[in-house]
Design a protein around this ligand. Structure first.
Ligand code: AMP
Ligand code: FES
Ligand code: ZN
Length: 289
């Protein structure tokens, strides 16, 4: 199999694009893909102060590397969730990434807020997601960042959407956009520069470029059933996932009601925000609110 661009030996065949490429041509192709998407949906601006949330996984590592290649300046944030070897190894990967990209790495430990993920009983993933979103927003605002970018992929967006629609949670599903502007002074803009890029594309980029990342799932991650459904559809209908997330952009959006948590003052959908409710469960170990 030969590269369709330069004729060298191809290392990959992209079914959705019916394109075979060699390593160098693939890196070029991927950069253009991300750049086109950022420009088309106005996901990030070069002049804004950007914080990248990096987990040590392939997607956010690919995001950091490609944004650096495209000339964006940023700092990175790693949230240490206190999950034993998993958090330690992930942190080592982001430290290595920070050295390679010469980008500042900030680390926040969840335990500063009084608990770690292994102490959580019950809905671990949803509590973890809530904690990460809270810390990303608060850290960004308190340190003068204008936007937080995460490495969510087309598969993340499509599977969240299907899961939420199936559970009749449309209000949540409405948030799945490439960029969300703040609706209040306490909220920092959120950006998803890889929202129409697939996991496979990120994986190829990290492997060909030799970018450090930690493989393997978090030990608390549930079986990713909705994602597997998305993979199955993609297998039968190449190109489905990207078309699906692009289709989500054409839907109507309603503004949200603004409320503040009576304990910490952060944005909340109720009297007390869900993060403070979690912290109250651990209040005996906390340094205080
Ligand atoms: P996940 O919630 O694990 O699907 O991750 C989605 C995105 O959230 C990643 O691509 C990262 O940008 C960000 N993220 C996840 N975990 C962390 C973490 N521990 N620290 C910083 N950012 C994270
Ligand atoms: Fe949050 Fe695993 S990373 S539960
Ligand atoms: Zn080539």
């Amino acid at each position: 199999m030969k590269c369709k661009k330069c004729g060298k030996r191809a290392v990959t065949s992209l079914r959705a694009y019916r394109l075979s490429l060699c390593g160098d041509c693939y890196l070029d192709f991927y950069r253009r893909l991300v750049e086109r998407s950022i420009n088309k949906y106005k996901i990030l601006k070069k002049e804004e102060k950007i914080l990248l949330a990096v987990s040590g996984g392939k997607d956010s590592s690919a995001m950091a590397s490609v944004l650096s290649d495209l000339g964006f300046e940023f700092e990175m944030l790693y949230i240490d969730l206190g999950i034993g070897d998993y958090s330690r190894e992930s942190k080592e990967k982001v430290e290595e990434l920070s050295r390679i990209l010469s980008a500042k790495l900030n680390v926040v430990e969840l335990k500063e807020y009084g608990f770690t993920i292994p102490q959580v009983r019950g809905r671990v993933c949803s509590i973890c997601g809530n904690a990460k979103r809270y810390i990303m927003n608060r850290f960004a605002r308190e340190n003068g960042f204008e936007v937080v970018a995460t490495g969510h992929t087309a598969e993340d967006i499509a599977s969240f959407y299907l899961k939420n629609i199936a559970g009749n949670q449309q209000a949540f599903a409405e948030k799945l956009l490439p960029r969300i502007e703040p609706f209040d002074a306490k909220v920092v803009a959120k950006a998803r520069p890889l929202f129409e890029i697939s996991e496979k594309e990120n994986m190829l980029y990290t492997i060909i470029k030799g970018i450090p990342f930690k493989s393997g799932e978090c030990p608390y991650a549930p079986k990713p059933e909705w994602k597997e459904i998305v993979y199955d559809i993609e297998l039968r209908k190449p190109g489905f996932t990207k078309n699906f997330v692009r289709g989500l952009l054409n839907r109507d959006r309603k503004p949200m009601e603004t409320r503040y948590c009576s304990i910490c003052g952060e944005i909340s959908s109720g009297e007390v925000c869900s993060f403070c409710k979690i912290r109250m469960r651990f209040s005996s170990q906390s340094k205080g609110f």
